[in-house]
Write a protein that binds this ligand. Structure first.
Ligand code: URA
Ligand code: ZN
Length: 361
């Protein structure tokens, strides 16, 4: 039984060079006069404050493929499906975006081909570029032997994933049977976390902001009829769908009771949330608990759930801890949620990903 990690990030060397060349979000701070200080990654506005702890530590585990392979072997992971970490290429100027996307995707493809059978990837689209250039990159990604779809944030072309301007992209992804791995980055406005949010580290934005961002994005896709127009478009939702499995019933009830939608004729011939959860949506198993996983299994199906780690985010806080708590809790949750059904556990730990993402050697 192969173990496959479908949620694992990198900033490939080409992307790191870009981050190091910048002084605005996103960027990497280096301290040439104090090499022991290490580099720091600044990707969120809340991290870009004048305090000395500006940004988060970033080491070679973010860009060195050997670190990824050693993490995999320590945790008995056979295959990783790499994705560029947030904020991807969302922030690039339109005229250089397509060229940069080609370089980044080629850099990742090179890593995968140097470790045949162990590494695959979701590509990254130049979403700030003109639509024809974005679609051209989708067409090109299909020809890269280790690429299996694309990773995307919730901003789309800048106004969300319910934007009708995304239709040519959705059409192309559907035509090529390329999955979207939908991942949060922007969170919620910091004001929702209240005046003492800074006392609580990154817990509120990461534990709540990320999943709610994903839930809002996917609900907007649903409300705008993306899956009515593209009935075969496949989306893998990060963090077990944010809160979608838990809230699907409430979303469905609010739609069914909405007078505005009824008046607009939008309640006729629409596919409901449950149908889309079982036919279009896949969920990763990055939720760290049996309770969350059981909701994911009930909503979408054990045949659509795929193990992930979110490496290299959430490293152990204490030095010398070789086995990562984040990985241990995810795989323990898969095994308890499968309650003795070893076929189900194998499906979630790897067999589903091999089948769905065509990872056979
Ligand atoms: N923090 C991030 O910025 N991205 C992740 O994927 C996880 C944590
Ligand atoms: Zn992630």
């Amino acid at each position: 039984m192969p173990v496959v990690d479908v949620h694992t990030h990198m900033y490939p060397p080409v992307y790191m060079d870009l981050l190091r060349s910048r002084q605005q979000i996103p960027y990497v701070r280096s301290f040439p006069d104090d090499p022991a200080a290490g580099d720091r990654l600044v990707i969120l506005p809340a991290e870009d404050t004048a305090s000395t702890s500006r940004g988060r530590p970033i080491g070679s585990e973010y860009y060195d493929v050997n670190e990824k392979l050693s993490f995999m072997s320590k945790h008995n992971i056979d295959i990783s499906v790499l994705s560029l970490a947030n904020p991807w290429l969302d922030w690039l100027p339109p005229d250089s975006a397509a060229e940069t996307a080609r370089k980044v995707n080629d850099d990742v493809e090179r890593m995968c081909s140097e470790h045949e059978g162990k590494l695959f990837a979701f590509g990254t689209l130049p979403l700030s570029a003109p639509a024809d250039e974005i679609v051209a990159e989708i067409d090109r990604l299909v020809t890269l032997p280790h690429h299996r779809g694309i990773v995307m944030g919730t901003s789309g072309l800048g106004s969300g994933l319910d934007d009708p301007e995304l239709d040519p992209l959705y059409a192309s992804l559907e035509k090529h049977e390329q999955m979207i791995f939908l991942h949060p980055h922007y969170g919620m406005p910091t004001s929702v976390y209240g005046p003492r949010a800074n006392d609580y580290g990154h817990v509120l934005p990461l534990a709540l902001g990320f999943p709610l961002e994903t839930t809002v994005a996917v609900t907007r896709m649903l409300l705008s009829g993306v899956w009515d127009r593209f009935p075969n478009l496949k989306v893998l939702l990060a963090h077990s769908g944010g809160t979608l499995p838990f809230l699907a019933g409430r979303i469905e009830s609010c739609i069914a009771h909405d007078a505005h939608l009824k008046k607009e004729g939008k309640l006729r011939a629409r596919r409901d949330v449950w149908d889309i959860l079982k036919k279009n949506i896949y969920l990763d198993a990055v939720i760290y608990s049996e309770v969350g996983l059981k909701a994911a299994i009930d909503a979408s199906g054990a045949d659509r759930l795929m193990f992930g780690t979110d490496h290299p985010f959430f490293p152990p806080l204490d030095e010398g801890e070789d086995e990562w708590l984040s990985v241990k809790s995810n795989s323990a949750a898969v095994h308890t949620a499968s309650s003795g059904d070893s076929k189900m556990a194998s499906a979630v730990m790897g067999d589903n990903a091999v089948r769905v993402l065509r990872l056979h050697s």
